[in-house]
Design a protein around this ligand. Structure first.
Ligand SMILES: Cc1cc2nc3c(=O)[nH]c(=O)nc-3n(C[C@H](O)[C@H](O)[C@H](O)COP(=O)(O)O)c2cc1C
Length: 393
């Protein structure tokens, strides 16, 4: 089966669950490979009270034996500590209607609440928000940890950095280059001066009972050329990466390399010229973010995204009470005032999952030994071709 994952779980339910399929047999994997990113996702200046309650840690339920993957579905569980406070309101068992929780009928603008109630014929928007909440991304980050582990076995590293929160911003290209330093900052911005301004922006928004969005960049270094394909639209890697990023809650735009800036420039200021240096084909620049024709081209893959501000804000927005039809103020639940640093970690995970899927399509997926041989043989063939070109064919 193709590499990929599904998730299950409600925000205040007992647990988040991830089922990763298509994981090759024989890969080393320990809890820490997943817990590291679960913890990074929980951090960030501007998070709400929920993160103080949770301590996300993975329990493997299947697909792993003695620290090695078996090739069977990898099943992971992350308990929601907050369930203890919500048990009667969220129990899977039948309860007497209205006894343990009042229906929530004040849909929040910017959320799945209203359309979700209409679509699924609910009269309690809790049935919508519990699943549409970004708590679900915890399960995605667990899948991302597995994908990252696989990629790292082949020298591919996926990182991220935040380069904008509200009006506080630094250069995206610089942030991408310095992404390794981002974890040292509580807004995940590698420029310390801009990081301070970002925190001031978050404080000001919070003081105004409001919230902020921002932009982040994800960089994957070490990808071989030829992941994805130009042959079929479904295989195009930029399209798949865009869909994966856009599937993250609150994402409103995605760019590759220079992004929309390419529309303003002339071609000679956009394309990445091909040079032969010491028998190696190299690029004079990486303005297209490592993707041409729906494939990786061997340069770092650079994907960035714009996140809208959190919709649940203290100055509750106008809505209609669906139980009375009267004008009202939107339902408020404990919320983040800025979650861009966490979203960047989720972005890493989604990029890693798509790259892992494309990597295994190219090199096979049964076991690590065969994948390693296929990967090495491919890199060798490419290198030999370049050398031949360098020697005049
Ligand atoms: C890491 C992360 C944390 C989020 N935290 C909140 C939150 O605390 N409150 C909230 O209203 N929205 C939060 N959101 C955004 C909502 O989940 C999102 O806006 C909502 O599900 C509607 O989806 P859409 O914005 O993609 O249309 C968060 C998003 C992410 C990625």
């Amino acid at each position: 089966m193709r590499f990929g994952f599904s998730t299950a779980g409600e925000s205040h339910g007992p647990a988040e669950v991830t089922l990763v399929h298509g994981v090759p047999a024989g890969m080393d994997l320990v809890s820490e490979d997943v817990n590291r990113d679960l913890s990074r996702r929980q951090q960030g200046y501007g998070r709400g009270g929920r993160q103080k309650i949770e301590r996300d840690e993975v329990e493997f339920l299947g697909g792993l034996r003695h620290g090695k993957t078996l090739g069977s579905p990898l099943s992971m569980l992350i308990r929601n500590m907050d369930y203890a406070n919500w048990e009667m309101r969220m129990t899977p068992e039948p309860v007497e209607r209205g006894k343990h929780s009042e229906p929530v009928t004040l849909p929040r603008p910017g959320h799945a609440d209203l359309a979700g109630m209409q679509k699924y014929a609910f009269d309690d928007l809790r049935n919508v928000l519990e699943r549409s909440s970004a708590r679900e991304t915890t399960a995605r980050v667990a899948a991302g940890g597995v994908a990252k582990k696989l990629l790292s076995e082949f020298g591919i590293e996926v990182r991220s950095a935040v380069y904008r929160i509200g009006e506080a911003a630094c250069d995206k290209e610089r942030a991408a280059l310095d992404a390794a330093k981002a974890d040292a900052s509580d807004v995940r911005c590698p420029d310390p001066e801009v990081a301070e301004r970002m925190k001031a922006e978050i404080d000001a928004a919070r003081y105004a009972r409001d919230a902020l969005g921002g932009e982040f960049v994800v960089v994957a270094e070490g990808c071989p050329p030829g992941l994805g394909s130009y042959v079929d639209w479904r295989d195009k890697l930029d399209a798949r990466l865009a869909a994966a990023i856009m599937s993250i809650n609150a994402m409103k735009g995605v760019e590759f390399g220079l992004g929309f800036e390419v529309a303003r420039r002339r071609s000679s200021e956009v394309q990445d010229e091909i040079l032969l240096e010491d028998g190696r084909l190299v690029r004079a620049s990486n303005r297209l973010g490592g993707l041409e024709g729906g494939m990786t081209n061997g340069e770092p893959v650079v994907v960035s995204a714009a996140m809208k501000p959190i919709s649940t804000i203290a100055q509750a927005l106008r809505t209609v009470d669906l139980s009375t039809g009267e004008p009202a103020r939107a339902f408020r639940e404990r919320a983040d005032s800025c979650a861009v640093p966490a979203a960047a970690v989720i972005g890493e995970s989604m990029v890693a999952v798509v790259l892992a899927e494309a990597f295994l399509e190219k090199f096979g997926g049964d076991n690590m030994t065969d994948i390693r041989s296929a990967h090495e043989a491919y890199l060798q063939r490419i290198q030999d071709t370049h050398r031949a070109a360098g020697n005049g064919g």
